[in-house]
Design a protein around this ligand. Structure first.
Ligand code: GDP
Length: 425
């Protein structure tokens, strides 16, 4: 059985918590795309963790954690994260890293910084983790699969070629210090020894697991609206964040995917640039930001304040459809308990016409939200586990969203902890 846990929105929907919860019943947890440019926050009996690279199954000793071929692997970040887990008392997790996964090279991070600098005020708001330069190189066929790091001759020859290309840009476009292939070689020779014990044929491992009826959980990073094809291009990430890509990025057959759990948050949040139709500003935004998540809406990777807004049902209906969601989880419902009234965006007014289908970016920029206002429940439901006992206004809010997004909401998350969950029957 393969289940994917993915984001229906802009990321930060609380996938980490849901994955951590569902991981308990899984044998394998797989990261299939993206890199260390976003983080999951997980709170469990070992403490509070922001995972950027490691799969969320690392807290369970019965789970094999897989870094799939679709991931942008920063080997140094991988080890920093692993060491910090071990230091906080988590037993050494089982990890397999696909030999076909490509590595984030030191210069990818530099190019990410230089490009944001060059763009100045027009920058995308990159986390500067090297992800865009990494995927550009992967598809330009000048990237490095992990297995290639172990072939000295190939590594040296390819580095020579890459440095010729990169140094032209560094000299003439960015006016920055040039790369030295010898120095990069030494760094990568060190990195390959670190990763060596974990490298394997992840696709074969997972296919064998499926043949034995094991439970596999695919863990998405970010969400539909940051997908390179279906998101708010160009304010997207450089990989595909959707469940359909999960099979490619993990190396399993497309027909093996049994269910897709789309995680969506009871209000909206986003990081980086791009249109955000339901965005709030000023005091209203600050009131929500301060109460959001487990420590306010501030990025798990960057610490940046997140942009926040009302629940966008138009974007979420699209987000669920593109994910192929078989069910949804509505998280952080507890956060809204302070509000007298809650707004839900049920349409976009674009040049005087109201649409309910999520448009392409060029139209999205002109969209104005059309809201439906619902009464708030004005009480604290943090940690509630009995769905039937929730205030009727909260249940009405969930019912309305479920109908609009055309996806059954099976779980409602009422707090950041693993056990803060109410099942709907
Ligand atoms: P992810 O990348 O989708 O895993 O999301 P993040 O971890 O970046 O952000 C989600 C934030 O919301 C984290 O701080 C979580 O601890 C927190 N969180 C998850 N579910 C809930 C919930 O139901 N209620 C509250 N208050 N916080 C939640």
């Amino acid at each position: 059985m393969v289940k994917a846990v993915v984001g229906a929105n802009w990321g930060d929907e609380g996938k980490g918590k849901i994955t951590d919860m569902l991981a308990e019943k899984s044998d394998y947890v797989v990261r299939f795309q993206g890199g260390a440019n976003a983080g999951h926050t997980i709170i469990n009996n070992y403490g509070r963790f922001a995972l950027h690279t490691l799969p969320s199954g690392v807290f369970y000793d019965h789970i094999t954690n897989v870094i799939g071929n679709g991931v942008a692997l920063n080997i140094r970040v991988f080890f920093d994260e692993l060491n910090s887990l071990l230091q906080q008392g988590v037993p050494a997790p089982k990890i397999v890293v696909s030999e076909r996964a490509q590595v984030v090279m030191p210069y990818h991070i530099l190019f990410d910084q230089y490009e944001e600098e060059r763009l100045g005020g027009k920058a995308f708001g990159s986390t500067k983790s090297g992800i865009a330069p990494f995927y550009s190189d992967k598809y330009a066929k000048i990237g490095f699969q992990i297995n290639e790091l172990f072939d000295d001759e190939l590594l040296k020859a390819r580095l020579e070629n890459v440095c010729t290309i990169k140094n032209t840009l560094l000299e003439h476009l960015y006016r920055k210090p040039l790369l030295d292939p010898e120095e990069i070689y030494r760094e990568m020779a060190e990195q390959r020894e670190l990763i060596r014990p974990y490298v394997g044929d992840a696709s074969a491992v997972l296919c064998e697991a499926l043949a034995q009826d094991k439970q596999v959980l695919l863990e998405g990073q970010l969400g539909t609206l940051k997908d390179a094809d279906f998101g708010i291009y160009p304010f997207v990430t450089s990989s595909n964040t959707i469940a359909g890509y999960g099979c490619v990025g993990a190396g399993i057959p497309p027909a093996s995917l049994d269910s897709v759990v789309a995680v969506t948050k009871a209000y909206s949040s986003a990081v980086g640039g791009g249109a955000f139709v339901t965005e709030l500003f000023g005091d209203e935004a600050e009131a929500l930001r301060r109460r959001g998540g487990d420590k306010g809406e501030y990025g798990a990777t960057t610490g940046r304040p997140r942009r926040v807004g009302w629940f966008d049902a138009v974007a979420t209906k699209y987000g669920c459809r593109i994910q192929g969601a078989t069910e949804a989880v509505l998280t952080a419902v507890d956060v809204l308990g302070y509000l007298d009234e809650i707004k839900i965006c049920v349409g976009y007014d674009i040049d005087g016409t109201v649409v309910t289908d999520f448009p392409v970016t060029s139209k999205l920029d002109r969209a104005k939200p059309v809201y439906r206002t619902m009464p708030g429940w004005k009480c604290d439901i943090l940690g509630a586990t009995d769905y039937s006992a929730l205030p009727v206004q909260a249940k009405n809010y969930v019912d309305f969203i479920e109908e609009f997004i055309e996806t059954p909401i099976k779980m409602v998350s009422t707090g950041p902890k693993r056990e803060d969950i109410a099942y709907r029957t």
